[in-house]
Design a protein around this ligand. Structure first.
Ligand SMILES: Nc1nc2c(c(=O)[nH]1)N[C@H]1C(S)=C(S)[C@@H](COP(=O)(O)OP(=O)(O)OC[C@H]3O[C@@H](n4cnc5c(=O)[nH]c(N)nc54)[C@H](O)[C@@H]3O)O[C@H]1N2
Ligand SMILES: Nc1nc2c(c(=O)[nH]1)N[C@H]1C(S)=C(S)[C@@H](COP(=O)(O)OP(=O)(O)OC[C@H]3O[C@@H](n4cnc5c(=O)[nH]c(N)nc54)[C@H](O)[C@@H]3O)O[C@H]1N2
Ligand code: SF4
Ligand SMILES: [Mo]
Length: 567
């Protein structure tokens, strides 16, 4: 029986469920028969099988009675939905909460800054089809840790010239032809310097620029405004290395795989816009075996769960402002910035957690409602890394938990709300317009071509504070290998460079202007001297900023410097 992995991951693996075991689908063009630690160990992390009220076990029916009563007694209600499961049916609960007049969220903890930057240039953040990656000669992996977060793509990179742009010497970087170990937060400058080298040699794609773009004349001024020597000093790599990469790009069919790492900053949108502008200058959006891939937009037109509602920027939510917080598929006590404030807020409000695990947020909840896992409900998922779409049929029952659809149906009935359709109807609204390719669905061809006219070049950026004046280490906070944000295996350590003088197992207080937290040290030779690293899912969000980027209400986890003191 086939289904798909529900986790928030580029790979969106096709899964075979047989005799109680999860296996990778051998026939799927991308999954190619294997899964990862997370799904291979899925059942080692048992799901909640009871509801709890104030720490005491209660029946599901009783939990729903309490929820109904508390919702009716509350004035300010927050519906906070995360990405613990990225199946499309997750959003069905928005139908109930919007009718109830609850506050929903806007913005994201994830990739919206980059998405908006891409929209400014290309109009739409399209998925780059696997075929183009296969046909490329040069692959530039830019702030994406493919070995950890997207490893089913590795076979597609074999035989290519591989360039990695990352402040960390990742395993991928070690195996690459060329690694630019740049300073964090210098990607916009790097993209613009690369463009400048290409421009100096008159190697821009004049025809594409003439016919398919606008504002190139302003872009010329923009890239000229980056002075060579100080800019390469800021980027922190040799100017000749930048020239070498520009040379490679001029000579080869180039695909750029951009990840989340480049845009966890206040100017995250502009970083993606600058990378796209570099690509547009070379005409990469129209050439075979070329293009830029970011976390692609998986939204559909006519989304049945699109609702009007009051909304609050997700990274800035103050849980304490609400009488009742309904938290679904998220663990904000760990994954939201500024943990101290999150935890205080959760303690203050009546918190309901609708999830799979007894995680940190559930431990602060007044009411816990167990959710069905992906094998126990109907769903469908899209990928932000490739064009395949997978159906997720219900393969098992579980009387101890609820699906998102079941919870919505129950609540809508209790409140006398109208308008909920049959579950199957929703699933089919997501398959509408897809193409059947053998046993699998894919996005239609016109949905993933790159022509969006005219491409608009970046021409100016909002002023940001002078970085050099800031003191302390850059904080890198990427994704863990065997966990997915706060789910599955955690990596709790603070990784520091050898030059920091700290030793393994030292306990240090990590401090920023936003907060502090004690962490245990691991020394990592792969770090630049100006960086420390802590994975998503650790306690690092005690020090991350309660701020959003300039365009998208996106979290900016890395817009911060930290200092370390030994306990
Ligand atoms: N410092 C730092 N913080 C980060 C990041 C970072 O890079 N650095 N990354 C950010 C990013 S990109 C993201 S996407 C967020 C993710 O952060 P969250 O949205 O909080 O996601 P998770 O930690 O994966 O999931 C949390 C919970 O989802 C629940 N869950 C799983 N499956 C289901 C289901 O089917 N139904 C229901 N109802 N619940 C389910 C589980 O109980 C689980 O505990 O974290 C962000 N936080
Ligand atoms: N195993 C695993 N897979 C996952 C997840 C997980 O938690 N674990 N999470 C999923 C989710 S929610 C998402 S959003 C994706 C994201 O996955 P990725 O796109 O891979 O993003 P990150 O892991 O956050 O960061 C990627 C790389 O960016 C680098 N980086 C940090 N700062 C900078 C910078 O300023 N410039 C440059 N050039 N590079 C920088 C980091 O060192 C890191 O190697 O992964 C998904 N897949
Ligand atoms: S987490 Fe990613 S790599 Fe692992 S099984 Fe799911 S989709 Fe595949
Ligand atoms: Mo994410």
């Amino acid at each position: 029986m086939k289904t798909a992995c529900p986790l928030d991951c580029y790979d969106a693996c096709s899964v075979v469920y047989e005799e109680g075991k999860l296996k990778g689908d051998k026939n799927h063009p991308f999954t190619q028969g294997h899964l990862c630690y997370k799904l291979n160990h899925y059942f080692d992390y048992p799901q909640l099988d009871k509801a709890y009220f104030e720490g005491e076990e209660v029946s599901l029916e009783k939990a729903l009675d309490i929820l109904e009563e508390r919702l009716k007694a509350s004035e300010e209600i927050l519906h906070f939905r995360g990405s613990g499961n990225v199946g499309k049916m997750q959003a069905v609960t928005d139908l109930f909460f919007s009718q109830l007049g609850a506050t929903l969220t806007t913005g994201s903890l994830c990739d919206l800054a980059g998405q908006i930057g891409i929209k400014k240039g290309r109009g739409k953040n399209l998925i780059l089809p696997l075929e183009e990656i296969k046909k490329s000669e040069l692959v530039i992996v830019w702030g994406r840790n493919i070995g950890y977060t997207n490893h089913h793509l590795l076979p597609f990179l074999e035989g290519k010239i591989l360039v990695v742009i990352d402040p960390i010497k990742t395993n991928l970087a070690k195996n690459a032809s060329f690694h630019l170990q740049i300073a964090p937060r210098s990607d916009l400058e790097l993209a613009s310097m690369l463009a400048r080298f290409i421009y100096m040699q008159n190697r821009e794609d004049e025809q594409f620029i003439e016919e398919k773009t606008r504002y190139f004349e302003f872009y010329e001024d923009f890239i000229k405004s980056f002075r060579m020597v100080p800019t390469s000093q800021k980027i922190g790599v040799d100017i000749l290395d930048i020239a070498t990469l520009a040379e490679l790009m001029m000579e080869h069919k180039t695909v750029i795989l951009v990840g989340n790492g480049v845009q966890k900053y206040s100017h995250g949108a502009e970083v993606l816009w600058a990378i796209d502008s570099l690509a547009a200058m070379l005409g990469l959006f129209e050439k075979e075996g070329c293009g830029v891939s970011f976390l692609g937009d998986t939204s559909i037109e006519n989304d049945p769960f699109k609702v009007e509602a009051k909304r609050v920027p997700k990274p800035l939510v103050n849980f304490g402002d609400y009488d009742l917080c309904f938290i679904q598929a998220s663990n904000p006590a760990i994954t939201l910035p500024n943990s101290k404030r999150v935890i205080e807020g959760l303690k203050k409000s009546f918190t309901v957690v609708f999830g799979l695990y007894n995680d940190e947020t559930a431990q602060l909840a007044n009411l816990i409602i167990p959710a069905k896992n992906f094998l126990q409900k109907e769903d469908i998922r899209f990928s932000y890394g490739h064009e395949f779409v997978e159906l997720m049929p219900k393969l098992k029952d579980n009387p101890n938990a609820l699906s998102e659809y079941e919870l919505t149906k129950e609540l809508m009935e209790r409140f006398g709300f109208k308008g909920l359709k049959e579950e199957k109807e929703y699933i089919s609204s997501f398959t509408k317009g897809l193409v059947k390719k053998g046993d699998y669905y894919t996005l239609p061809i016109e949905k993933y071509n790159f022509k969006q006219e005219p491409f608009t070049f970046i021409e100016e950026i909002e002023e940001t504070e002078e970085e050099e004046e800031k003191k302390g280490y850059f904080l890198i906070t990427p994704k863990p290998k065997n966990g997915i944000n706060s789910q599955f295996k955690r990596d709790p350590f603070l990784y520091v460079p050898v030059s920091s003088g700290f030793k393994n197992k030292d306990k240090v207080v990590v401090k920023s202007e936003w907060g502090e937290i004690e962490m245990e040290v691991r020394v990592l030779a792969e770090l630049r001297d100006d960086c420390v690293l802590a994975y998503s899912g650790s306690l690092i969000n005690f020090v991350t900023p309660l701020e959003v980027d300039s365009f998208a209400n996106n979290a900016i986890f890395q817009e911060v410097r930290v200092t370390l003191t030994k306990e």
